[in-house]
Ligand binder design. Sequence first.
Ligand SMILES: *[C@@H]1O[C@H](CO)[C@@H](O)[C@H](O)[C@H]1NC(C)=O
Ligand SMILES: *[C@@H]1O[C@H](CO)[C@@H](O)[C@H](O)[C@H]1NC(C)=O
Ligand SMILES: *[C@@H]1O[C@H](CO)[C@@H](O)[C@H](O)[C@H]1NC(C)=O
Ligand SMILES: *[C@@H]1O[C@H](CO)[C@@H](O)[C@H](O)[C@H]1NC(C)=O
Ligand SMILES: *[C@@H]1O[C@H](CO)[C@@H](O)[C@H](O)[C@H]1NC(C)=O
Length: 319
Amino acid sequence: MLGSYLVTWLLLQCLALGAVIPSPLSGTQYGVVDKSCPCGYVLTEYGNAYYPYYKLVTFDSLPVGPLKSANGLESLGFDISDEIYIGGTGPGNTTSVGHYYNIHIAKQSKAKDASHIMQLIVPGGQRAPGNLSGAEIHSSQAFTGGVFTAEMQMSGIVGTDQSMFTYHAADNSDDGPQDEQDIEILAAYLFKAGKNGTPPGVELTNWDPTDPENEKHSDTIVPFPQDPTKSFHNYTIAWLNQTTQYYFDKTLLKSPKGYYSYHPSYLYLNNWSDADPEFTLGPPKKTVIQQVKSISMYYHTAAQPGILAGCSMNQACLV
Ligand SMILES: *[C@@H]1O[C@H](CO)[C@@H](O)[C@H](O)[C@H]1NC(C)=O
Ligand SMILES: *[C@@H]1O[C@H](CO)[C@@H](O)[C@H](O)[C@H]1NC(C)=O
Ligand SMILES: *[C@@H]1O[C@H](CO)[C@@H](O)[C@H](O)[C@H]1NC(C)=O
Ligand SMILES: *[C@@H]1O[C@H](CO)[C@@H](O)[C@H](O)[C@H]1NC(C)=O
Ligand SMILES: *[C@@H]1O[C@H](CO)[C@@H](O)[C@H](O)[C@H]1NC(C)=O
């Protein structure tokens, strides 16, 4: 009697603890509850943070070649910054302008893996000062927190900023939210310090969500655990409750302490140059191609900040 009760109890506990094997959605829509994890996710590697939703973006559904329109990523839930200024402003007002045709779907160079990747391209040989053509995408959904991972391979060609970041979704007015959390890779300083003293490594920055001057920030520059140009790696922004942690594969990087975001924000990836001699350098002589294999997102939103209706935390899938 006791034995079978115990077994049943253990079984129930296992289920209650979320010992459900999740089969993550590769869905097109945001905010769709995964049928195999109807109560959301508890992320054991991120302090048991809870998120109601998961979305995995891959590029196999898109044909190989340059995108044909500014809606080219709509089916994946991403918008393209087209004919819009992206990145910073360098000397002589040099700024990058995003263009859909700088986003290509390609087969992986390694024949073994047939999956498609997305390339964010800054064409080589452009001239500053002036507009420099670049590439930028962002999630069509705004998040209020989450764990965002992009599997990417960076170019080592100097002259651009290859980045992944979250950025507030509000109108860009001076008195509105200014949230921004950045992973930036400047090929000029991958393994060598810059002439201006910039240390080598990956640049991580949290910007003060309330600073209208957009100057207050907290940043660190951390050596790359491995060469980001040689193969794909996972770059993660873990925008947790009241802290933001950045990861390179499974390695937690020394993350900036202050100014985590809290207003609804989009997830961005971009590749741009403003020819700033103190920052991106460039424009690049040769074409710079940032390669993206997948983007995974566990997240919550302003409309669904916590546990899903009818669920308790111990019904969530442990991932
Ligand atoms: C730069 O790009 C912006 C945005 O597309 C456009 O409005 C502007 O006319 C361009 N400037 C030049 C000099 O091409
Ligand atoms: C840069 O752009 C701003 C705003 O468009 C303009 O006011 C300023 O005169 C420009 N400066 C130069 C050097 O072109
Ligand atoms: C990135 O993460 C995914 C999902 O966990 C994993 O399948 C992939 O192997 C990882 N890539 C690298 C380079 O570690
Ligand atoms: C976030 O942290 C604050 C302060 O520790 C706490 O009051 C709040 O309940 C936390 N929210 C979530 C969603 O965990
Ligand atoms: C960014 O653009 C540069 C210049 O075209 C390219 O070499 C690099 O691979 C691109 N980076 C990404 C991450 O797409």
